[in-house]
Design a protein around this ligand. Sequence first.
Ligand code: PLP
Length: 388
Amino acid sequence: MRRVYLDHTATTPLDPEVFEVMKPYFSEKYGNASSIHSFGQEARAALDGSRDRIAKILGARSSEIVFVSSGTEADNFALKGAAFAMRASSQKNHMITSKGEHHAVLDTCEYLEQQGFDVTYLELDQYGMVEPERVRKAITPKTGLISIMHANNEVGTINPIKEIGRIAKEHGIIIHSDVVQTFGKMPVNVDDLGVDLCSMSAHKIYGPKGIGALYIRKGVTIDRFMHGGGQERGWRAGTENVPLAVGFAEAAARISERQQTEWERLKKLKEIFRKKIESSFPFVLFNAHLSNSLPHILNISFDSSKVDIDGEALLFNLDLKGIAVTSGSACTSGSMEPSHVLLAMGRDEKTAHATIRFSMGKSTTEEEIEYTVGALREVVSNVAKARA
Ligand code: PLP
């Protein structure tokens, strides 16, 4: 059966050339990067070289990059680390985030609320964006931390982080941004964005699963995440995963090299995709900003006031045709809760349920888009019940 993968926001395949670069560090160059001998030094050089490569892409110092196991861990580390440190040093206990964040941020915030912190969850506008003025208005004398994602993983809308960063700076507040969906895909420069902390993940950019990184601006105080050895400058104890770090850096360098051309290519594809959907389904709503959004994500809902569509049936039937998509964040697609992002954008529950996220990648072709829209037409005509 033909298979079309349109779920690159959930994960991407490991680039075979990245895998080649990683391989020697599993079996031949297997030293512990903390060992003094030559085996250890070989691993240390590869680890630090990988850190340098990632730092360079971010416009950061190498010493500001900490390798972690995932984007989720980076978010946990950033928020818990900054929250506990701010309370210990300044008595501040208020944080600001948005209702559109990934669960790695939202669930961490809920945990922090249980630990006595106050959290403000900002509404999104109808396009899924966090308005800087809402951030400004939510600031209190107790606010010590703001966490707003760079681009939303479900709808692709890009947030005005630079402006939000400026507001945070004016008030002396630490700002974290989850850049998991933008790192490598668009310019992410920590000074330009004005962020103090940012979370990344390798498997979204054709790197290996199981590794991510947290950028921690020099001078920003946050608590360490793992206690034990002194690895990662004491931030995160545990023997470093050298092959995965090498793979992450290689993938990041490769995707950054062709960032602009790939952005343009995907932008054109998205426009073709959007027009085909628009002309095929009069009752479709496009979620997100059409211009200020990531070019590889196209998120659509079937308007529940015009047509009755069961989102689960839609996904199941597309899967039978070999087309892999998701109805929301991959991390929550196992449960049939309506997307918290779409609800925060003002979609009703039924419409939110009848939603598909297509996310394209470097292998996506126009012909695949053609095939997908054709398949979607068939599936929709089978599962849709028009409203009387
Ligand atoms: N943050 C965002 C915006 C994401 O899209 C994801 C994954 O979907 C994560 C965090 C979690 O990253 P990881 O899968 O590496 O834990």
